[in-house]
Unconditional design. Structure first.
Length: 140
């Protein structure tokens, strides 16, 4: 089961405050554990939303919205992509995480859709397109 683990943004992350050297080392050790266990597939920290943009869709129209975005509690400051046995395994790994922010913070774990989840609506053409893309990505 693949999950994305979101590190929720805080006022500190949105203001671009960098983590302490101790926190960087603790997170580095944690990431090493995840990789050694075969759990971590990828992940990174994200710059503040002031560096980002949103694209709003309304039918054929596209509107670009510049950051920063005001609702800090709705923003993401970083993420991991994990391959775990089940949600309980993901929660167990998340509980071992050092606090990723200087103050109170939160992780959110969300399952990733697998192609099998779309079985009732997946056409042979769509299956072929998605399989071809996965092959180009190295089977990930």
């Amino acid at each position: 089961m693949r999950v994305v683990v979101f590190v929720k943004a805080t006022d500190d992350s949105e203001q671009g405050r960098l983590p302490s050297p101790e926190l960087l080392e603790a997170m580095g050790r944690y990431n090493e554990e995840l990789v050694a266990a075969g759990v971590m597939v990828g992940g990174d920290g994200l710059k503040p939303s002031s560096n980002g943009k949103r694209i709003a869709f309304d039918g054929p129209n596209r509107t670009v919205i510049d950051g920063p975005f005001t609702e800090t509690r709705e923003l993401v400051a970083g993420y991991w992509l994990w391959d775990v046995k089940d949600m309980d395994d993901a929660v167990a790994w998340a509980r071992r995480c050092p606090n990723p922010m200087p103050g109170p913070s939160e992780l959110e774990i969300r399952p990733v859709y697998e192609m099998a989840d779309f079985a009732e609506v997946l056409t042979p053409e769509a299956t072929e397109l998605h399989e071809r893309t996965r092959e180009k990505l190295g089977g990930k």
